[in-house]
Design a protein around this ligand. Structure first.
Ligand code: MN
Length: 242
């Protein structure tokens, strides 16, 4: 196709298989339903990212993976349909050079925290990354009445601005976006954001003040999680590899 951006280069098939597995893992772990998407920065070119064609995450295989520039133009679409919400990923990759992978889900347990004024906090060490604070993106603030979908570069950029330097942002009446310095880290954080939401609701029901991790504990515990995330990855990947 004329005018399509050049590819960042061939990606190792082991990397592609792992990337496809990430979507199946998040479906298997109850984070993704028929919706949800993961992206990763192209390993050979920070100005490109990888994302599946529009498909239910549980069904994604390496052959479904497409490549985009950061304006979300596909390098070689070959008739494949991209996700409408790819702009959410492209604009975060532009704004955050430290981010190597992004997951966006509509996982049910986090939805309440995007609707109320109670902030999501880090309930335990697996969710330490949440101690940095969890902002809420309300699409209505800048765009008024919409269909809620982050379907334009402008909406993606507004979300990236609310996310700022944090690992997680909630999307009011929509879902959550989670970023990480690696694919494994983003998957780990997406799983434990969902679990943390359930645990925080349980802690709230018990009543009284909640002794959540503070920012310093969060930083220390998150470093341990990032250094050991291969253990969960291997376990989760085995469940979705046939
Ligand atoms: Mn969505």
């Amino acid at each position: 196709m004329t005018g399509a951006p050049a590819s960042g280069g061939l990606v190792d098939c082991v990397v592609l298989e792992d990337f496809a597995a990430a979507s199946r893992i998040l479906a298997d772990q109850g984070v993704f339903d028929a919706a949800g998407h993961v992206t990763m920065r192209h390993p050979g070119n920070p100005g490109r990212f990888l994302m599946s064609r529009s498909l239910a995450p549980a069904l994604i295989a390496a052959a479904d993976i497409m490549e985009f520039d950061l304006d979300c133009v596909p390098c070689d679409p070959r008739g494949r349909n991209p996700f409408l919400e790819r702009y959410l990923h492209g604009e975060i990759f532009k704004a955050r050079p430290d981010v190597m992978a992004i997951a966006h889900s509509h996982s049910a347990a986090v939805i309440p925290f995007g609707l109320v004024s109670t902030p999501m906090r880090a309930m335990y060490h697996n969710a330490a990354f949440l101690a940095a604070g969890v902002p809420v993106f309300n699409i209505r603030d800048k765009f008024g009445t919409t269909d809620i979908v982050v379907s334009t570069p402008e909406k993606g950029a507004a979300l990236a601005q609310v996310l700022a330097d944090k690992p997680v942002a909630l999307l009011r009446a929509h879902g959550v976006v989670v970023v990480g310095p690696s694919l494994r880290a983003a998957v780990f954080r997406a799983v434990f954001t969902e679990i943390n939401a359930r645990v925080q609701l349980q802690a709230t029901i018990l009543g009284g003040p909640i002794a959540a991790l503070d920012a310093d504990e969060g930083r220390l515990a998150d470093a341990v999680n990032l250094a050991t995330d291969t253990r969960s990855w291997e376990l989760w990947k085995r469940r979705v590899t046939r």
